[in-house]
Write a protein that binds this ligand. Structure first.
Ligand SMILES: *[C@@H]1O[C@H](CO)[C@@H](O)[C@H](O)[C@H]1NC(C)=O
Length: 346
């Protein structure tokens, strides 16, 4: 189910039909005249009460012991067929094969795509969409490259310009997708939110892992400088700061899969990691993997999320209302600590 490449164009077309105000804008950017403060003018859901991303105030989260570890299914079985990679003008996207899925959730989810968000290379420029206690996911200088990310970064030079559709994608060798994820999939925050890009449908069950993934400064710079948000024939606009700012939490509760660590004793290594993380925070990168419910959509499933329950139309008629699952990984680079890569748990 290579929905990813198709889903966004389909969503936009769908929206255009239903826009009655006359201004059928489907084009959007992060800043400027159709920037994020204007999204709600053209995509009403973007002005909703359950939008993403949000800031996670950790002391306000609620421990839910029933939240077990997430289990990637088939992420390591990439097969021999190449993956594709494309630049949609907002981010870089890797559609994922439909046999990849996620367990440990209320329903079974099928992997659809992976994409990234980043800053602009300047100190304290941020880059992650979700923030933890007001902090954008920190990224620092580091010498150690994260090998798994070369599977994507190595090929950015071939998709520098934005393409119309996934049809302009390049083939890249298939790789172990799980290697991009943090190792601890048991500690996370969970809440109901939305897509962080127009049309901002409020149908996403978010999982935010607390363990950060590290990439090197070199890798980060590559991500932040190689791509253009503009098409080949247009004036060049570097693709940077492609993240949405935190939205009001309103009356939502953020659950935690682990109890608040009031009594946890930190080791020296952890303290170092945390302090460094706080001091040197420059640019964050958030990796998002989006999943779309494929199989199980029983009545009871929708009962759990009544606000996103679509009417009795075939799924293909309303692609935007597919229930989605996003996973955000706080991706950081860390100063070259070689043998003890302690995740700065925030
Ligand atoms: C999400 O919303 C549904 C429906 O309101 C609710 O049952 C569920 O507990 C919420 N999940 C979280 C993590 O808040």
């Amino acid at each position: 189910m290579d929905l990813v490449g198709l889903s966004l164009p389909l969503l936009l077309v769908f929206w255009q039909w239903t826009t009655t105000t006359g201004a059928a804008v489907t084009y959007w950017t992060y800043t400027g005249s159709v920037g994020q403060s204007k999204w709600a003018d053209y995509f009403p859901d973007c002005g909703g009460k359950a939008q993403s991303p949000v800031d996670v105030a950790t002391v306000q989260t609620q421990y839910d012991p029933s939240l077990g570890p997430l289990t990637p299914l088939g992420y390591r079985q990439h097969g021999n067929k190449p993956f594709s990679l494309y630049n949609n003008g907002h981010t870089v996207v890797v559609p994922l094969p439909g046999w990849m899925g996620l367990g440990g959730l209320p329903w079974q989810f099928t992997a659809v795509q992976m994409h990234l968000h980043w800053g602009n290379g300047a100190p304290e420029a941020g880059g992650s969409e979700h923030t933890i206690n007001g902090q954008s996911s920190a990224a620092e200088t580091g010498e150690e490259a994260n090998q798994a990310f070369w599977n994507i970064l190595n090929y950015l030079g071939r998709i520098r310009h934005a393409g119309e559709t996934a049809g302009q994608s390049v083939s890249i060798p298939a790789f172990d997708v799980q290697s991009l994820l943090p190792s601890d999939l048991g500690r996370y925050y969970r809440y109901n939110g939305s897509l962080t890009t127009p049309p901002c449908f409020q149908s996403v069950l978010w999982t935010l892992f607390t363990e950060t993934v590290k990439i090197s400064h070199t890798q980060l710079m590559k991500l932040e400088t190689v791509l253009y948000a503009s098409k080949e024939d247009a004036d060049r606009v570097v693709m940077q700061d492609n993240y949405r700012t935190p939205q009001p939490l309103n009356d939502r509760t953020i659950l935690a899969s682990f109890p608040l660590e009031s009594v946890k004793v930190y080791t020296a290594g952890e303290i170092t990691a945390i302090v460094i993380g706080a001091l040197c925070g420059c640019v964050g990168v958030a990796v998002i993997i989006r999943f779309i419910v494929k199989t199980i959509r029983s009545t009871s499933s929708w009962d759990v999320l009544p606000s996103v329950r679509p009417g009795p139309v075939p799924r293909t008629m309303e692609p935007g209302k597919e229930l989605k699952q996003d996973v955000a990984l706080n991706t950081t680079t860390e100063p070259g600590k070689k043998e003890d890569p302690v995740p700065p748990s925030v």
